[in-house]
Design a protein around this ligand. Structure first.
Ligand code: FE2
Length: 330
């Protein structure tokens, strides 16, 4: 991709994935390795591989919970909860944010899983109808059910985002539910998919860097950490499906880390405390805003639902995050 486009906002779009021979080769190597990992019944984390039985056990427990909720006729309420999406707006100040990016608005979507409950796309589209942002980031788990075709997720996703006005780029990363083929499906929707890569957004003579990783919860490889180390200098934002490499991102100098994965618990105690977070590490970052060293992190509760189409004591969310520089004039 060599086309550079200039928008009213003076942002120059640099290519994410230059389609040079070397990049195509890298992409092919990534896809082959990812598909190989998908076929194995194990989870690859930062500390090695482990059997998937824990994930299977929690999926089975959720299905039992779902059967119980149906028996008690609580499923309709849980479904209504799942459709009660919050449009959350947040402002975060960074002392080292380049002034040209003061006021930069990022629409953060995560864990859309629209094949599991497609009606969420209709509710979400209504919330997004008049929204204008600089950047759209999608932090993985676009898909839900591995037996469903990818179009069951991508078609409602297109419906969800079609009314959003995005001035700059649409960036996406993959989650643990997304197969390798999702990368191409997202590119067909106009997303640039970051697979352990960085991209640069430029305004005038200033820039910010976004580093996007392939999922690190089930498909971790050293390339993920290498991407942090290889990223260009500057104000840096990490896009990772789960919070599980937050400490590595902070050590590498990222200022902001956007993720999802936990669904805010999806099924929570009345206090809002998640019953299960599916985090193997960095558990302090299971929901909402958190800190890691000098880095600010945000774990979205996600838009959709996985395993079962219900939520209790945890709202789905769409976030709009505004970056601020404390040194802005006036
Ligand atoms: Fe998810």
């Amino acid at each position: 991709m060599t086309t550079l486009s200039m928008h009213e906002s003076q942002t120059v779009h640099l290519p994410v994935i230059a389609l040079g021979e070397r990049d195509l080769e890298k992409r092919q190597i990534w896809a082959e390795r990812r598909r190989h990992m998908e076929k194995q019944g194990v989870q690859f984390g930062t500390d090695g591989s482990r059997p998937l039985w824990r994930n299977k056990a929690s999926s089975a427990a959720l299905k039992i919970f779902y059967a119980g909720a149906r028996l008690l006729r609580l499923d309709e309420r849980g479904r209504r909860n799942a459709l009660d999406i919050e449009l959350a707006t947040r402002t975060v100040s960074f002392p080292d944010l380049p002034l040209a990016f003061d006021g930069y608005r990022i629409l953060h979507l995560s864990d859309t899983h629209l094949d599991c409950l497609p009606e969420i796309a209709v509710v979400g589209a209504r919330l997004l109808a008049d929204i204008e942002v600089d950047l759209l980031v999608l932090t993985g788990d676009i898909h839900g059910n591995q037996h469903a075709p990818l179009s069951a997720s991508t078609r409602p996703l297109l419906q969800l985002i079609k009314a959003v006005r995005v001035k700059d780029r649409r960036l996406a990363i993959l989650g643990n539910h997304d197969p390798a083929d999702m990368a191409e499906a997202l590119e067909d929707l106009g997303f640039d998919v970051l697979l352990n890569q960085s991209t640069v957004l430029v305004r005038g003579n200033q820039q910010i860097v976004l580093t996007g990783l392939d999922d690190v919860h089930r498909f971790f490889t050293r390339d993920a950490l290498e991407a942090f180390l290889q990223a260009p200098e500057g104000f840096r934002i990490a896009l990772v499906h789960s919070a599980e490499v937050a400490d590595y991102a902070a050590a590498a100098g990222c200022a902001l880390y956007l993720c999802g994965h936990t669904h805010g618990g999806q099924i929570c105690f009345p206090s809002g405390r998640p019953v299960i977070t599916h985090l193997l590490r960095c558990r302090h970052a299971s929901v909402g805003a958190w800190g890691e060293g000098n880095m600010v992190g945000y774990t979205s509760r996600g838009l959709g639902v996985g395993d079962i189409p219900l939520r209790f004591n945890s709202r789905g969310e769409i976030s709009v995050i505004t970056l601020r520089s404390p040194s802005r004039p006036g």
